[in-house]
Ligand binder design. Sequence first.
Ligand code: PEP
Ligand code: MN
Length: 478
Amino acid sequence: MVRSGRRRWETARVSSPTTTTVPVTGPAATAWPDLPAAQQPEWPDAAALAQVHAELASYPPLVFAGEADQLRAQLAQAARGEAFLLQGGDCAETFAGATADGIRRRVKTMLQMSAVLTYGGGLPVIKVGRMAGQFSKPRSSNLETRGDVTLPAYRGDAVNDFSFTAEGRTPDPQRLLRAYHTASATLNLIRAFTTGGYADLRKVHEWNRGFAATTANARYDALAKDVDKAMRFMAACGADFDALRTVQFFASHEALLLDYERPLTRTLDEEPPLSGPTSADVRQGGPYDTSAHMIWIGERTRQLDGAHVDFAARVRNPIGVKLGPKTSVADALALADRIDPFNEPGRLTFISRMGAGVIREALPALVAGVRDSGRVVTWVCDPMHGNTITSQSGYKTRRFDDVVEEVRGFFEVHATLGTVPGGLHVELTGDDVTECLGGAFDIDDAGLATRYESLCDPRLNHQQSLELAFLAAEMLQQ
Ligand code: PEP
Ligand code: MN
């Protein structure tokens, strides 16, 4: 579709729900080109959507450009093997799940995993939540059928409701505003937690409190004792603990809904982003997607000529791109050319999600091809999305052993090539859910029904998350 000049307010056009030309509205987004955008909702009311764009565009940024720059610098360290990324959280955050307890438990789980990885792996861990914005989901089908009723698929709380009614499943743009406010409250709590003393490494024991006594927790307690001992030793030597008092905790989500991301995209002087990635001003400070520090593009929306890649190429945030097992070297290099034309370390993170049985065959050529091109990217392993199965009882699940096996394959591939395993990207929660099979509690098919709460993909529970961290720490040491 050809745009006829730049209009400040443009009415929404609603077409096919899978490939929609996303309209451009809002003061900060007047210059986006019309490109096919996969996986967009079919908003029913164009005028209501335009109003929501305007409102979002008037809201304060959720994160600051300087923080995104800091994360980019840290991801550059991860690309060099001087740090390790831990990116984790729900598959789909929900509005109802944004409670103080729920958020605290997720943050504590990430802090615990980081302590395990830092202590065991000897590297600083960059903590990035799939939090404060992970409210929308790509779907394999636009529709869901239950019995003889067919309704639009659930696309995440920012779009529609999980309840299987015609009203619930109708996309409602007001939900974009609620997503912003929920993200804002979530970030506020995360910031209070991680800078208010709670994340002080001297409280490493306390992060274990409130979780059920499990073997992984017992192992964690033992590790926490060792950390305590090391800290007391350092204190006795007169070490300065300022650096340990607070931690940086970044927020990330899939930049799927352009109706959310674009109005929250700002240049530092709040001017519309007028230029593409080759212009000087993009290199020097704008625009930033202020909805999160890091955003990623999913396996289903990374078309080179699509709106998502174009969006990612224009903003200055660190960008992740998911790469499935069919990705060719040419695909990866073309993505890198578009998104990271200046080959800036930390700018581009490739998140491979191959499957435990495939990673050893599919990943080496990709990593070698990218390396041989002279590009610096941060390689991260998502051991979840290539390992999704349906259990006999009908649950969407994953085997903990497959998750571990993919991580093992990831480390092996990089060890063989002499390249750097830069981090892990995991779907997890701090709760004792029963969504993934196996782990020390050996959750079996019948056990899945006990506490299956995810509205989308199955997450590692608290115990399984800690177990994975211990295993990954061992792999990091080798
Ligand atoms: C996800 O991260 O929840 C997801 C949908 O991943 P992918 O794009 O890799 O399928
Ligand atoms: Mn998922």
